[in-house]
Design a protein around this ligand. Sequence first.
Ligand SMILES: *[C@@H]1O[C@H](CO)[C@@H](O)[C@H](O)[C@H]1NC(C)=O
Ligand SMILES: *[C@@H]1O[C@H](CO)[C@@H](O)[C@H](O)[C@H]1NC(C)=O
Ligand SMILES: *[C@@H]1O[C@H](CO)[C@@H](O)[C@H](O)[C@H]1NC(C)=O
Ligand SMILES: *[C@@H]1O[C@H](CO)[C@@H](O)[C@H](O)[C@H]1NC(C)=O
Ligand SMILES: *[C@@H]1O[C@H](CO)[C@@H](O)[C@H](O)[C@H]1NC(C)=O
Ligand SMILES: *[C@@H]1O[C@H](CO)[C@@H](O)[C@H](O)[C@H]1NC(C)=O
Ligand SMILES: *[C@@H]1O[C@H](CO)[C@@H](O)[C@H](O)[C@H]1NC(C)=O
Ligand SMILES: *[C@@H]1O[C@H](CO)[C@@H](O)[C@H](O)[C@H]1NC(C)=O
Length: 738
Amino acid sequence: MENFHAPWISFVLLALVPFLSKNPFVAFCHNTPNHETDQPRTYIIQLETPTASLDEEGLKIWYKSFLPESNDNSERLLHSYSEVFSGFAAKLTEEEVKNMAKKEGFLRAHPDRVLPLHTTHTADFLGLKVGQGLWQASGLGKGVIIGVLDSGITPNHPSFDDRGVPPPPPGKWKGSCNLKTGCNNKLIGAKSLVAGDTAKPPIDVYGHGTHTSSTAAGNFVRNASAFGLARGTAAGTAPHAHLAIYKVCNDDGCSESAVVAGFDAAVKDGVDVISMSLGGSPTRFDQDPVSIAAFRASVEKGVFVSCSAGNDGPFKSTLSSVAPWVLTVAATTMDRSLQATVELGDGRKINAESMDQPPNFPEGPVPLFITDTSYDYHNCYTVSEKVKGKVAVCQADDLICTGKAAIVKAAGGIGMIVVNLDEEGYTMVDRTCNFPTASVPFNDGNPIITYVNSTSNATATISFRGTVLGVTPAPAIAHFSSRGPARECYSIIKPDISGPGVNILAAWIDRRTANDTFVIQSGTSMAAPHLSGVAALVKSLHPDWSAAAIKSAIMTTSDDKDRQGRFIQDEQRGSASFYAMGAGHVNPSKAVDPGLVYDLDIDDYIAYICGKYGNAGAKAIVRGRSIKCETVKNLTEAQLNYPTITLTPRNINHTVSRTVTNVGPTNSSYKVKVNVPDTVFLTVEPQILNFTQVNERKSFTVSAKWTGRPVNSVEGKLRWISDKHVVRSPVVVTDRQI
Ligand SMILES: *[C@@H]1O[C@H](CO)[C@@H](O)[C@H](O)[C@H]1NC(C)=O
Ligand SMILES: *[C@@H]1O[C@H](CO)[C@@H](O)[C@H](O)[C@H]1NC(C)=O
Ligand SMILES: *[C@@H]1O[C@H](CO)[C@@H](O)[C@H](O)[C@H]1NC(C)=O
Ligand SMILES: *[C@@H]1O[C@H](CO)[C@@H](O)[C@H](O)[C@H]1NC(C)=O
Ligand SMILES: *[C@@H]1O[C@H](CO)[C@@H](O)[C@H](O)[C@H]1NC(C)=O
Ligand SMILES: *[C@@H]1O[C@H](CO)[C@@H](O)[C@H](O)[C@H]1NC(C)=O
Ligand SMILES: *[C@@H]1O[C@H](CO)[C@@H](O)[C@H](O)[C@H]1NC(C)=O
Ligand SMILES: *[C@@H]1O[C@H](CO)[C@@H](O)[C@H](O)[C@H]1NC(C)=O
């Protein structure tokens, strides 16, 4: 049952129901060859990096030489990659691929997969204030270009006005703009990479791309709200950064071949950050064209890549986009609630969340209704006429609005109390049903059900309270946010970080009226662009930092405590595991001044890739040079200089080493502090790191041994503390077998 649930939950929360309802399982049943008919299908063909340096035209001619001889040859070639991937995408039969594989230079044929797409108050919540602190210091992200790979853009939306945004730095931007209305200093580029639509303007007909783009870098828009709720000045995380739009999704979803083309174009055009709120189930990095493209973008070209973790939580090992060279972003709630109160006839008061707050709802007690089948007692798919004039108590599901609300409404009901599913716990996500609804946590549903069941004339008074701030606990991990451990990189804690992703107000397009508007959406899709914005702010202050250094800065300065000073909680109000929240909740103001960073360069990654996949894997992933793993000092995953630490002592004393780079004051002295449960001995050598130069590097080792019998897994932290900085790394010590 759990396995069945996971994909469905994601499709609702990914905010793109039209994409996903068509064939929700499409991303999970790829690679099925069609033996019967051998119809052409799309393949991403990976070739060896040509030894001669070829320009784009030269590459295209070479790529075409792999295609079967025929008169419609040119129409077969869907994408010709040049920057982040060696190869092309084309429609081919299996037979044709087999023939092609015999040609010299051929590496692999990846069948194209379809990947599902996975704010006024956010800036405030993240501590970003106009004219102060980080926004002031970074010029609101000035000069940084964020490339968004998504469903396109709504060009005339006020969020993409360029008021106050200077032109991009001279010579930096090399892209183009395919919009009838043209581009401006905010929206500097826009193109479609959807095969067959590349000549069309990348207009967003879904809203998802408009929402994520404005979350990353939307300009200030005063008085924004959704249905009068959550009113305030809307702004992205880096309001004066530039946006470059790459449409890679359409009605059929987001094909990998288009996503790789998006990376290719974005890197060529000169973006600094790539924001990607989509992804499928992970495969080996050396066989995943998107991971390969991301490697080249991030490690070889220095572009920061921020990806959504996926919406298949709270179940274990459900992450997407987990390569060590991308930032994997989990979603949290904020301290804002669109509140309602349910006061039961027996006097009990329950806090609820409501996106549908009607001004004319009856003020006094209204009768309650519950379906009276002995099982599935509040399923609400089979309500009787007794619901007329009553508020129905219904269990949440992903079709709550189009299904249950419509049924209750049609039968004459006047509203709904929606009870969360067990796995949703206390996470309250938006449900806009255009029908009065009040949603309550799973645990608060039981008293309501027991009460309604206990009397024939149950009533409740539902008061709608509008937007309430300061709600606790916040931030907390959202139930839908996908969880680690990541099977593809078990010894690296994934996700990396968390950021706001529940009830996020951002730009949208009303498809019926074509009006610009703002809507509230939830999903890790909404969290990733917040982190893209933060990366842009860090980059604008530290243009020379590598993607790994920026990632380390964001992770080691994040908060592991919530606004009340308690450890960040998950949807069940337990302490959130690192496998749910990553290192912690992003703290942008601290991220620009981390003190020390755990940096990684291409040689570190090559040593890791050689150790993991050998020569064939290195050849597939690394483009810029030819590698002989026999001559490389291989690194295990645990030894990769990542800002988090995973130790697997088994019966031995497991030791890993790390190297930190001083990016703080010239003369700094750091002392180590370790907190772990007493089931492990954790030792760090040396315990003091003294720096006398900027960019000086110092190494240390961390060793773990079980004190008694091994336990499944424990979490702790290692901090390097100076008088100005705290550099925190999550530590997991585990005995689980990989
Ligand atoms: C904000 O919008 C509302 C509704 O459109 C309007 O009544 C109100 O006057 C506006 N406030 C400001 C400050 O513009
Ligand atoms: C329910 O009805 C009974 C009898 O009509 C009445 O005594 C009782 O007060 C009612 N309870 C509520 C909660 O309205
Ligand atoms: C509702 O009441 C009936 C009969 O009193 C009982 O059998 C059933 O378990 C109750 N259901 C719930 C959910 O409390
Ligand atoms: C939406 O557009 C229609 C037609 O263009 C217009 O009449 C209406 O006032 C607009 N609504 C809002 C809320 O802006
Ligand atoms: C590194 O590992 C690969 C296999 O993953 C192996 O082929 C290679 O020889 C190793 N390199 C060294 C120096 O041991
Ligand atoms: C584990 O190894 C490290 C480094 O060799 C050493 O400093 C530490 O004392 C050892 N710990 C235990 C418990 O043996
Ligand atoms: C750092 O310390 C050295 C030696 O203690 C001293 O000479 C130097 O002036 C210091 N530099 C700064 C920037 O404080
Ligand atoms: C490191 O610096 C601190 C403070 O300046 C000093 O007390 C300590 O002796 C130094 N330790 C080492 C190992 O150099």
